[in-house]
Design a protein around this ligand. Structure first.
Ligand code: 4AZ
Length: 854
């Protein structure tokens, strides 16, 4: 359907009721000749959460077709006139040609044409001049049929209310249509007309519900000429495809059309009732435009309850709270379901509604012959918390793409009888597809599937959710842009707030990720994989599966986001990509704007016994590189007691759990560089989990590449150790050689500080030289030479030593042009040689050199 209004972003707008309507308003006391019997179905006798209508119950219901299919609903108001919604016929501000439309009258199902049903061509479509978009109101249209409808038991007009009439809020009315039965879930064959009872909500109640921030953090201003009907708790509602159809209320034995289905925020969502165009305010407009020889619409007088004005004032604002995801204590999950299949270990899943349990499909399907469904469902049992007896299983519905390896390893099990939901068991909440779990959300693990965790592993671990950029760049697929907030993420990543306990191995256990929003728990991700023995760090998001789950279960608790502070990431709208990974994973990541975690994830403080603090750089999960002269006393033969801190940004406060420390258990020196080599590799007592506060930097075998920008990273003050970066240019080897008159050991880099940046970092801590490549990776290029601000021991030439020592150093592939353009002469200009004490005048000379030499 082209009028795709689902989740249409709703804007704040107040526009006055169109003046034309008021000018021509008809006096309520004026008696109309009652030329048409209306609003009376033949005596005898979805819409979301609705049910099949009986044939003939709603004889004014019209189905409006274009291109051979049902697009919108409508209502017959006179033999030649159908009332519908403007948005069905206006695309990009243009009214579609009437000739493309036809009206199906007297239909009960869209499948076949039963007695009395007939089709009429549409001769004209009229839309109010002030209609622009649904959220701005005036969403109504009049359709003139090319020939009058054949009135009969299945085809009769509805009554219209007069402009003065107010339908009392709290009235139970009915909406009808062939629209979707849930968001993105079309009405199945045989397309029987659906009916649903909806309660009229007063303006104040509706505005109150729609003023609560919703997805995309937008609210909606209810305008005059709109009315709401539904329930704060949602679940019963109109949906896409019902638009233009009628909302009718019975008064004095006749059915009056109170509203035209217009829009809403999704379908059946909590606190998001359907919004309808109120028909009464448009009496004058309808009368004015319905012309012709046949009888016009009927506006029979309606008894008006006198206190309706007061009702609006008395109405209170009832917000519905989620019915899912409530846990009294973390760790005792009231939705925890254990599926017992004879002959295998219990499979852990989650209760998602009164009758459905979600669990991995791989628990139940044979990976080799997964197309063969299990036959012994009779013997299966489901154990739920606080239930005296095990539940029996009626049905197993594997995800259509269920396989052992991918993120759709999901199956739904239907219980034979629904369970009574109380404190326990209670279903967990599931996210809608556009759900955005805020960075920093609090999460925990829950058992998932059949893996047996090693004793002592605690799912009670508390974690914080990483921002989308970090999660995607640490674990995401390369070359795929970082999903924007509101787009489904590829992964959800928790960072644990407790230190990893050494010696525990998380291999072989499977977990799901529960995340909390305002005290309500969501099943956010499943199948967290762990690499090595580390804790599971990337989960497959469940949100893309929400529509499948609600399609199968028809009752799962899908919830909108409950927390809204999007922070800087939410405002980030530019698509971003990630720097390349190496064979050992991500390295050298640093977001443009500092988000959660530290700004320099690989920067370590190396605390040497005796009080000295040196700069260190994490080059692998268990290794830090530092300048030898800083960590080892000259001539000393014993390894000092050294502690390494990661995840610190000086004294600035960091979220709990982001700081970690390790002891140094060995120091390796590159002996091939002589007796006092400049670089030292420090082996840590245990590896660190990659995170925004502890992530190895990248290395580059060839040194620096063209286009890289380089910095000396240190701290200004050794006491508070707040990191500072000074911009530098690395000088060409020839200039370096000339400046220092060839006295430098091979592999020494010389830098020139940007104007005014010379004194930013103090030198006794031996700061590193870093460069950011054009691809975005941060590369460790050098470590400071003792006592110098300008000289650095190059890292690139030590690739073999580093790789052999640490095993998983992140050497980027050597591609890329070198940093320096080819140099002409090897000779030093006499004025440059010897100017090493003051590199700035020397650089000046360098720039002049071609001229001098020329
Ligand atoms: C639609 O897209 C639509 N839940 C109609 C009604 C509602 C939402 C969407 C109200 O036509």
């Amino acid at each position: 359907m082209s009028q795709h209004l689902l989740l249409s972003l709703v804007i704040l707008a107040i526009s006055p009721i169109p003046g034309a309507l008021q000018d021509t308003a008809v006096s309520p006391t004026q008696e109309e000749p009652e030329d048409l019997d209306c609003g009376r179905p033949e005596p005898s006798a979805r819409i979301m959460g609705g049910s099949d209508a009986q044939p003939g119950t709603w004889p004014w219901q019209v189905s409006l077709h274009r291109g051979g299919g049902h697009i919108c609903g409508g209502s017959l108001i006179a033999p030649s006139w159908v009332l519908s919604a403007a948005h069905c016929f206006v695309t990009n501000g243009t009214l579609e040609p009437a000739a493309e439309w036809s009206a199906l009258l007297g239909a009960h199902s869209q499948d076949g044409t039963p007695d009395g049903a007939h089709v009429r061509a549409v001769a004209a479509i009229l839309v109010p001049d002030n209609y622009s978009r649904v959220e701005r109101g005036a969403d109504l249209a009049l359709l003139r049929l090319a020939a009058p409808a054949k009135l009969g038991p299945a085809v009769r007009p509805v009554c219209l209310p007069r402009a003065s009439h107010r339908f009392a809020h709290g009235t139970a009315c009915w909406a009808t249509g062939w629209g979707d039965i849930q968001e993105a879930d079309p009405l199945p064959l045989p397309w029987v007309l659906q009916e649903v009872e909806l309660i009229l909500l007063g303006e104040a109640a509706c505005q109150c519900l729609y003023s609560r921030p919703g997805p995309f953090n937008l609210t909606f201003q209810l305008l005059p000429g709109m009315l709401c009907a539904g329930y704060p708790e949602g679940r019963r509602d109109t949906c896409q495809g019902d638009s233009g159809g009628p909302l009718v209320c019975e008064e004095a034995g006749r059915w009056f059309q109170a509203g035209i289905t217009s829009f809403g925020f999704g379908c059946g969502r909590r606190n998001r009732p359907g919004v309808f165009t109120a028909v009464a305010p448009y009496e004058a407009w309808i009368r004015e435009h319905v012309k012709g020889p046949e009888p016009g619409p009927a506006f029979p007088s309606q008894p008006q309850e006198s206190h309706s004005g007061l009702q609006e004032l008395r109405e209170n604002c009832t917000i519905a709270l989620p019915e899912c995801g409530k846990a009294l204590q973390p760790g005792t999950w009231p939705w925890e379901a254990r599926v017992m299949v004879p002959g295998s270990r219990p499979c852990h899943g989650a209760l998602v509604s009164e009758s459905w349990v979600l669990a991995p499909a791989s628990c139940f399907l044979d990976p080799i012959s997964s197309d063969r469904p299990p036959r012994d469902l009779d013997a299966w049992r489901v154990l739920l918390p606080s239930r005296p007896r095990a539940e029996r299983v009626a049905r197993l519905v594997p995800h259509e793409n269920a396989s052992w390896e991918d993120a759709s390893d999901l199956a739904l099990l239907q219980l034979r009888a629904p369970v009574n939901l109380s404190a326990a068991p209670r279903p967990v909440c599931l996210p809608h597809p556009e759900h955005y779990f805020l960075p920093g959300s609090r999460c925990r693990l829950a058992r998932w599937g059949r893996g047996e965790p090693a004793p002592g592993l605690s799912p009670l671990l508390e974690a914080e959710l990483l921002g989308g950029w970090w999660c995607h760049c640490l674990y995401g697929r390369q070359g795929v842009p970082v999903p924007l907030p509101g787009d489904p993420p590829h992964a959800l990543c928790p960072v644990y707030l407790e230190e990893e306990e050494a010696g525990r191995c998380w291999n072989d256990s499977r977990w799901s990720l529960l995340c909390q929003e305002e005290g309500t728990w969501f099943l956010a991700g499943v199948r967290g994989f762990s690499t090595g023995c580390l804790r599971p760090r990337a989960f497959s998001p469940l949100q893309t599966h929400g529509p499948w789950i609600s399609h199968v279960t028809r009752g799962a608790y899908l919830e909108d986001q409950l927390a809204w502070d999007w922070g800087p990431e939410g405002e980030e709208t530019e698509t971003q990509t990630c720097p390349p990974h190496t064979e050992h994973g991500a390295c050298g990541l640093r977001p443009e704007a500092a988000q959660m975690g530290v700004q320099w994830p690989w920067l370590a403080e190396v605390h040497v016994a005796g009080g000295r603090v040196c700069t260190g750089i994490l080059v692998a999960p268990g290794w830090v590189l530092a300048a030898t002269h800083c960590v080892l006393r000259l001539g000393s033969t014993t390894v000092p007691y050294i502690e390494v801190y990661l995840g610190r940004a000086g004294t600035s406060p960091l979220p709990q759990g982001h700081q970690l420390s390790r002891l140094v258990i060995s120091i390796r020196l590159p002996r091939h560089l002589g007796l006092s080599p400049p670089l030292a590799l420090l082996e840590l007592s245990s590896q660190v989990e990659p995170s925004p506060s502890a992530l190895p930097i990248c290395l580059h075998p060839g040194g620096v590449t063209l286009g890289a920008s380089c910095w000396v990273l240190g701290w200004k003050n050794p006491q508070d150790r707040v990191p500072v970066a000074a911009a530098v240019t690395i000088l060409t080897p020839r200039l370096c050689h000339c400046l220092y008159q060839g006295i430098l050991p091979p592999g020494t880099l010389c830098v020139l500080y940007a104007e005014g940046q010379e004194d930013r970092c103090e030198v006794t801590s031996a700061p590193p030289l870093l460069c950011q490549t054009e691809g975005g990776s941060w590369v460790l290029t050098g470590m400071a030479v003792r006592g110098s601000r300008e000289l650095f021991a190059a890292i690139g030439p030590e690739e073999v030593w580093i790789s052999q020592t640490v095993g998983e150093a992140h050497f980027l592939s050597p591609g890329g042009s070198p940093y320096w353009p080819p140099e002409g002469s090897n000779l030093c200009h006499p004025d440059i040689a010897g100017a090493s004490g003051s590199p700035r005048p020397a650089l000046f000379l360098l720039l002049l050199t071609p001229l001098i030499q020329g």
